[in-house]
Design a protein around this ligand. Structure first.
Ligand SMILES: [Zn+2]
Length: 142
């Protein structure tokens, strides 16, 4: 899978405030934050080219830069795992938490990422049903 694929499956104008990525220099976890968006907002709709700049910062090495949405696509997502030939991925751990809850058929109505339940690939829901699969996703969240 090309790394860029994972960023474009959702509504074209819907963006996460925070992305967890794999650092291109040291392979550690890195974070890209859109600082124009208030902290309490997890994801936002932008139809007017508002401010698509994320501040990239690696947790481990010194890599730090400002990146736009297109440039972010060059990075691998941190929350990504192969399960039953499906690539389960999320922009960040809260997003992944919602995915796990949905796969477990838990109630997600009050979850901050509830909006994205509608975008869950049907194949994930059909194929990922076993507790052992859920545990693999849980490991990513721990
Ligand atoms: Zn790094």
């Amino acid at each position: 899978m090309k790394s860029g694929d994972t960023h474009i499956k959702y509504d074209h104008f819907h963006f996460p405030r925070l992305l967890e990525l794999k650092c291109s220099s040291c392979n550690s976890k890195s974070i890209a934050t859109n600082e124009s968006v208030p902290l309490e907002i997890e994801h936002f709709i932008d139809i007017a080219d508002f401010n698509r700049t994320w501040k990239y910062k690696c947790v481990t090495c010194i890599k730090k830069q400002d990146l736009n949405w297109e440039e972010l696509k060059a990075f691998e997502l941190w929350n990504k795992i192969e399960i039953r030939n499906e690539t389960v991925w999320a922009w960040n751990s809260k997003h992944l938490e919602l995915i796990l809850m949905s796969l477990r058929k838990e109630n997600t109505k009050s979850h901050q990422w509830q909006y994205f339940v509608n975008y869950l690939p049907k194949k994930w829901l059909q194929k990922i049903k076993k507790e052992s699969d859920f545990k693999k996703i849980e490991l990513l969240l721990s």
